[in-house]
Design a protein around this ligand. Structure first.
Ligand SMILES: Nc1ncnc2c1ncn2[C@@H]1O[C@@H]2COP(=O)(O)O[C@H]2[C@H]1O
Length: 238
């Protein structure tokens, strides 16, 4: 289960020749922070390959009341392939986390390219199967884990140094001490990544604070005891 690491980066899996051919099909577009690259329900069919920066993939739930973050995507990753392939409305909204750049390719050109390059079609199928696997895991976790466990698991994922995602900010501690990991997200944003309410997350964070596992501040959660936090997340999984 992960926001960041469940899908292989599309562009990195291409050969140099495939990469050149696919890039030649589209044009480079710069997006400011918060720009919507794709909007849930829209009828467009282009695809975007992220060249620089990060995006969130989210859907609205509860008749528009809550936004649930399904994933974070970064350099090399392909977005918009679902509508390009099945011609249905966009399944989710893709929004730029900060200034970013993407290669935008029309749905027609992308489909033609896939018919001419079966190996690349295979990569897209792999991307979709790994997304389905991850969605299955998320669904079973939602059903069986408490908000506290889901929060512990998400904080562990986002603060892992190797995640190098947009929210992880290793804060240096005093000289010689191990660095402390910081997740830079507000409580409502954190709630949106685990499908919980802000109130439930605030309560879970209070508990983690009293156990000295985390410290919280404005738009940030500092992980004080990563080992124990991971144990809390893992200990309750099958
Ligand atoms: N669960 C998910 N994880 C990551 N990306 C997703 C997920 N669901 C949808 N997307 C991406 O968001 C895009 C929204 O537009 P599309 O439906 O065309 O294609 C979708 C995928 O590229």
């Amino acid at each position: 289960m992960g926001l960041l690491d469940n899908e292989p980066a599309f562009a990195q899996a291409l050969t140099a020749q495939e990469y050149e051919s696919v890039m030649a099909l589209g044009g480079r577009v710069r997006y400011p922070a918060d720009a919507h690259l794709l909007t849930e329900g829209d009828r467009s069919s282009h695809v975007v390959i992220v060249l620089r920066g990060w995006v969130t993939v989210s859907v609205v739930t509860d008749r528009g009341a809550t936004r649930l973050i399904l994933g974070l995507r970064g350099p090399g990753q392909l977005l918009g392939e679902m509508a390009a392939l099945d011609a249905h409305p966009r399944s989710a909204t893709v929004r730029a986390l900060g200034p970013m750049e993407g290669q935008v390719i029309s749905g027609d050109a992308f489909r033609r390219f896939l018919t001419l390059h079966p190996r690349v079609s295979g990569l897209v199928i792999r991307q979709l199967t790994s997304r389905l696997r991850s969605a299955d895991q998320e669904r079973s976790a939602l059903a069986s884990l408490t908000v506290l466990q889901r929060l512990a698991s998400r904080l562990t994922e986002l603060s892992r140094p190797r995640a190098a995602g947009p929210y992880a900010a290793p804060a240096s501690g005093p000289a010689g001490s191990p660095s402390i990991a910081v997740v830079q997200l507000a409580q409502d944003e954190l709630a949106a990544t685990i499908g919980a309410t802000r109130e439930a997350v605030a309560k879970a964070l209070r508990l983690l604070r009293t156990q000295k596992l985390v410290r919280t501040g404005n738009r940030m959660v500092e992980i004080l005891d990563p080992a124990l936090l991971a144990l809390l997340a893992d200990g309750h999984r099958e």
